[in-house]
Design a binder for this molecule. Structure first.
Ligand code: FAD
Length: 387
């Protein structure tokens, strides 16, 4: 692709590519098999400045532009889905709310060690009965208790339970106010009343450390309220659009991986006396990946570019890029498995893992049904545009 990236953007891309190839690629299949993810990887990401993303240098961030962030995540995801998720978190749901609404002390205490890859965090939003409509249906409650809050509730499908030492999480202080009653808090894993229960035998995203975060009358001091009381919804939303950019960037990297592996296999697998790449029905699958990748990449770069132009609200473009890139990814992963035939079922090849991980990109960062609704509502004039 002939974008005129700056030398700095290319350097970040190359750094991420080299790191992923040398320090992640040899181990990623084994981590997936065992459902583990070593703490050493985020530490290395931190040392290389790859956890700092778009966050300000003052707090240890890398001060990247959004194009650089995109190129970096693409390269990491091409090799390992979780490594790209990890590197993106500080710029997205984990860091953005605190950076926008948090106190100086919260930034120093949680963000600085996070971007060093030393004290990792997680984001606790989803609850057992409610994911998509969580802000309307939140059951986790906060009750004022002198100069603190008592928080009780269960969050589920929370990533990084294995490595996180703290969580930004959300609870309602007044249910009658709906989403306006929500507050954001940082809770630490080792506080009384906090327990984590990782899921076992997951179909995909096995390295993510997903599971339940249970909060049982956890006493959270006032200084761990993020933003003001009743500002939780704003804190949550602060990381939403950049989270969708990160998701689209990861998907682009994962599509590239599906294409790379498919080309390799199609060129070498001999059936009926010639490589399967010579058959037009296989070529059609490769073509769909090539064109889908190109389109997904363009939509993602456009979104990143808009952010770099200082455009604040990119809801429509974020939904378009996230939905399109992850849908193309799902189809590319299916096609890659079809090209590999029976071998896609073996963990000797990575395409089975690509397929298992791809599915969850359509669910994370807003399900693709919800993105379809958002895009249509913009088209129909039911949501305000940028101007
Ligand atoms: C690997 C993984 C990691 C995750 N990590 C985290 C994390 O770190 N922190 C966290 O808080 N959560 C996390 N999640 C949870 C994720 O955010 C939720 O799965 C997501 O918000 C969807 O919620 P749900 O699964 O409860 O689906 P539901 O909300 O129950 O939806 C079920 C289905 O109904 C559809 N649907 C819902 N409403 C509508 C509508 N109005 N119109 C049309 N269709 C609709 C949805 O699109 C979906 O297909 C993770 C999930 C996965 C799989």
């Amino acid at each position: 692709m002939d974008f005129a990236f700056t030398s700095e953007q290319r350097a970040i891309q190359q750094l991420a590519r080299d790191f992923a190839q040398k320090e992640v690629a040899p181990f990623v299949a084994e981590w997936d098999r065992l459902g583990t993810y070593p703490a050493e990887i985020p530490r290395r990401l931190g040392q290389l400045g790859l956890m700092g993303g778009v966050l300000q240098e003052e707090y240890g961030g890398a001060g990247m532009d959004h194009i650089s962030l995109t190129l970096m995540l693409e390269e990491l995801a091409r090799v390992c889905f979780m490594t790209a998720v990890m590197a993106g978190w500080p710029s997205c749901s984990l860091g953005r709310g605190i950076m926008t609404y948090g106190t100086e002390e919260q930034k120093r205490k949680y963000i600085v060690p996070l971007v060093r890859g030393e004290k990792l965090g997680g984001t606790g939003v989803t609850e057992p009965h409610s994911g998509t409509d969580i802000v309307r249906q939140m059951q986790t409650t906060a009750v004022k208790d002198g100069d603190a809050y008592l928080i009780s509730g269960t969050k589920t499908w929370i990533s990084n339970l294995h490595l996180a030492q703290w969580f930004i999480t959300f609870a309602t202080l007044d249910k009658s106010l709906g989403h306006r009653g929500i507050c954001a808090f940082v809770v630490e894993k080792n506080w009384p009343g906090v327990s984590t229960h990782p899921f076992k035998n997951l179909v995909g995203a096995r390295t993510h450390g997903c599971g339940e975060l249970v909060l049982d009358r956890v006493r959270v001091p006032q200084e761990n309220l993020v933003g003001r009381e009743y500002e939780g919804y704003k804190v949550l939303m602060a990381g939403t659009e950049i989270g969708r950019l990160a998701c689209a960037a990861r998907a682009v990297g994962q599509i590239q991986a599906c294409l790379d592996e498919s080309i390799k296999y199609a060129q070498s697998r001999i059936v009926f006396g010639q490589p399967i790449g010579k058959y037009q029905l296989i070529q059609a699958k490769i073509t769909d990946m090539v064109v889908g990748l190109e389109a997904a990449r363009l939509l993602t770069y456009k979104l990143a570019w808009l952010k770099d132009q200082g455009v604040e609200r990119v809801q429509r473009e974020a939904s378009i890029a996230k939905m399109y890139a992850t849908d193309v990814l799902m189809q590319a992963a299916l096609n890659a498995c079809q090209i590999y035939g029976a071998y896609s079922c073996s963990d000797e090849y990575p395409v089975g893992r690509f397929f298992r991980d791809a599915k969850f990109q359509q669910i994370l960062d807003g399900t693709n049904e919800i993105h379809r609704v958002i895009i249509a509502e913009h088209a129909l004039g039911y949501r305000p545009g940028r101007e």
